[in-house]
Design a protein around this ligand. Structure first.
Ligand code: ATP
Length: 267
């Protein structure tokens, strides 16, 4: 495997304004990650430098990846998404080497956000054969994180997991992923906001998003995004029939919501 398939990088345009709800989460991230980049002198007085690490946890589809991208968007940083499974599938030695290379690349393209999804997969192996290999990789990650203090100014590491209880405890020690932030399923008002964001700029008529929000209990942000996509498709089908722009209606949304299941239920 070459470097290319181990990491996907780009420069995200998303910002916190695109993330619906999650105000407490945004506040915590703003204080610890974003403002120190914008006002370094003020934060330096408290011994706080720009950079560091954060662990997001919560049910799938509730915005962990989206938030991590928005952090990069907020501080105009590069975003590197590490394909952890690909790294884990390599031979011992090779994995550590590649992980190190990725961090080196990030240090050369500062400011940079490194995102590691499914962090629990690292060190979480129940197979004896894999355990040693996993441990080596965890150790390598710890080395890179400890380097954070020294040369990683303006490098941000954001880890994510659906199952924090499987996370290797070494990763949770102070100075590592010690900011643990829960990304919960959206509440009713947040669901309304997410629907509004996903529909913004699209032709619509007579929407009652508050009602749809009330009928989509336990839906994740990803579920809601899908509801909107299905509703858009219904409107487009009418457009094909009539030959003109047809608005998305409340019925379109309601029907597509009915055919979906709340995915955070199973978490
Ligand atoms: P997983 O644990 O499965 O990786 P995740 O928590 O990382 O899930 P995302 O990939 O961030 O979930 O979310 C999937 C999609 O759902 C996003 O691309 C985004 O469009 C939408 N979404 C989720 N939560 C929100 C939110 N709070 N505001 C706006 N969009 C959201």
């Amino acid at each position: 495997k070459d470097d290319q398939s181990l990491v996907e990088s780009d420069k995200p345009k998303e910002t916190f304004a695109d993330v619906g709800g999650l105000e407490d989460v945004k506040k915590k991230i703003r204080m610890n990650f974003i403002l120190p980049v914008r006002q370094p002198e003020l934060f330096a007085a408290y011994g706080k430098e720009a950079g560091g690490s954060l662990l997001l946890f919560g049910p799938p589809g509730c915005g962990k990846t989206f938030l991590a991208r928005a952090v990069a968007g907020e501080i105009d940083a590069n975003f590197m998404h590490i394909e952890l499974q690909a790294i884990l599938s390599m031979y011992a030695g090779q994995s550590e080497h590649n992980l190190h290379d990725i961090f080196e690349k990030a240090r050369q393209s500062k400011p940079c956000v490194i995102f590691i999804d499914e962090l629990d997969a690292m060190g979480g192996s129940r197979h004896q054969m894999r355990q040693h290999h996993d441990r080596m990789l965890v150790n390598q990650l710890l080395l890179e994180l400890d380097g954070l203090q020294a040369e990683n100014e303006n490098v941000f590491i954001i880890g994510a997991t659906n199952t924090p209880w499987y996370l290797d405890s070494a990763l949770r020690r102070p100075g590592r992923f010690n900011h643990l932030v829960f990304v919960p399923p959206p509440e009713e008002a947040e669901r309304e906001r997410i629907l509004e964001l996903k529909l913004s700029g699209k032709p619509a008529e007579g929407l009652q998003l508050g009602k749809i929000a009330a009928e989509t209990k336990l839906f994740s942000g990803a579920d809601l995004e899908q509801v909107v996509k299905d509703a858009v498709e219904s409107a487009m089908e009418r457009m094909l029939g009539s030959g003109r722009i047809e608005p998305i209606t409340n019925d379109d949304l309601r029907r597509s919501a009915k055919t979906r299941k709340a995915t955070t239920l199973e978490w």
